[in-house]
Design a protein around this ligand. Structure first.
Ligand SMILES: Nc1ncnc2c1ncn2[C@@H]1O[C@H](COP(=O)(O)OP(=O)(O)OP(=O)(O)O)[C@@H](O)[C@H]1O
Length: 383
């Protein structure tokens, strides 16, 4: 989590707490933004915290700051029907949506508003009669079930993570974003149950199991499968990391990479955006909660050390997955592909600024794919 994101969390602790002591300590916090470009004033506006909003405006907050969806604080306040905040923001020149140059124009596609939840799934449409538990994660169980006749994976959120009104509001906001994502290499979100307990997230169900199981069962992958897998993950991650998305996964690991079906060598990245969903309550305990030491293996040092971090954390995790898939091919005694080894080592560079972006990784993997021999000719590189 970036430092600025942490600071907006300071404001989201509750409506009564004044940000004044924090602002006195560091006045620049008033301009803090999380990776969705949301400012403290956005947070205060959506929750209707009038005193906090007043204090932020007095300290120079940008009334028309726009988040990733071009929502201004006023758009948030209107969506959440916070009348006093609406008045306050308007009296300080607040506008509803994106500004282009000096004049105001509505954006062609309305940004998601918290009260527009067309992805809400009625739990009675979920059929658990032939359900089976397919996994357990730190957020709860994953159940294979059926939704309107389609096999789906249902993530049932643990009750203690969803008993807070603010957590649920953030959860809705995030689901609103996740359902709009669409890419062949990311697991498709279908909707969520947020109006009743337990909270549930519904995604497409993938038959092929996860990459962790696959590596455990098959052992080393052949070179072309390994490169294709790496390309699939990098494509999914490039989509998440680049405009207009800019989503940091933060928990990329082989268990979160799913295989489309047992015959196909097509992968999709899943479980993204979720660590953010419950960060409000569990910002520091996120990784302690998993109780699974395996997660640490993929975690960038800056996360582990609770330092400021950005999307390059995912590049580090990607390197660890690459290493696991390619260990014998580039790091073993017998076979050696210098380009792949170099790429992997750059991706896990201790200095996050030296790690390549996923777009660059993609380019380099494509080139490597061209130069590696087909499986048939692979033996010439061995021995
Ligand atoms: N959409 C899906 N289709 C098929 N299987 C899935 C799906 N989602 C998850 N699974 C299975 O359930 C397992 C656990 O999923 P989940 O992502 O919640 O847990 P995790 O990643 O191991 O833990 P954490 O949530 O702590 O990161 C996965 O490793 C995978 O095998």
């Amino acid at each position: 989590m970036s430092g600025s994101e942490g600071s907006s969390e300071c404001f989201s602790g509750g409506g009564d707490s004044s940000p004044l002591p924090l602002l006195e300590e560091d006045r620049s916090l008033v301009h803090a933004q999380d990776y969705d470009n949301r400012t403290p004033l956005h947070v205060a506006s959506i929750h209707g915290w009038i005193d906090v909003a007043k204090c932020l405006i007095e300290h120079g907050a940008d009334v028309n700051a726009q988040d990733r969806w071009n929502n201004t604080p006023l758009a948030d306040a209107e969506g959440a029907k916070k009348d006093t905040i609406i008045e306050l923001l308007k009296s300080h020149g607040g506008l509803t949506y994106g500004q282009h140059g000096s004049h105001f124009e509505p954006t062609p596609v309305p940004p998601p508003l918290p009260n527009k939840c067309d992805w809400e799934i009625d739990p009675s449409e979920l059929d658990f009669s032939n359900a089976s538990i397919i996994g357990k994660g730190s957020f709860g169980e994953i159940i294979k079930a059926s939704w309107r006749g389609t096999p789906v994976a249902v993530k049932r959120i643990l009750p203690n993570l969803s008993d807070d009104r603010l957590v649920i509001q953030d959860f809705r906001h995030e689901v609103n974003l996740l359902v709009k994502l669409r890419h062949p290499n990311i697991v498709q979100f279908l909707g969520a149950v947020t109006e009743r307990k337990p909270l549930m997230l519904i995604t497409e169900y993938l038959r092929g199991g996860d990459l962790h199981q696959c590596l455990k069962e098959k052992g080393a992958l052949n070179p072309s499968t390994a490169i294709n897998f790496a390309l699939d993950i990098a494509r999914g991650m490039a989509y998440l990391h680049n405009e207009p998305n800019v989503i940091v996964h933060r928990d990329l690991k082989p268990r979160n990479v799913l295989i489309v079906n047992s015959g196909a060598d097509h992968l999709k990245v899943g479980d993204f955006g979720l660590s953010k969903l419950i960060r409000v309550k569990n910002s520091h305990d996120r990784y302690k909660m998993t109780g699974e030491t395996g997660s640490y293996r993929y975690m960038a040092p800056e996360v582990f050390n609770h330092q400021r971090y950005d999307k390059k954390v995912d590049v580090f995790s990607f390197a660890m997955i690459l290493y696991e898939m390619l260990e014998d091919l580039c790091f073993g005694q017998k076979v050696y592909i210098p380009e792949l080894r170099e790429l992997t080592e750059q991706c896990w560079d201790e200095d996050m600024n030296r790690r390549p972006s996923f777009l660059e990784i993609l380019k380099r993997l494509e080139k490597i794919k061209e130069i590696i021999p087909t499986d048939h000719h692979w033996h010439i590189f061995t021995g």
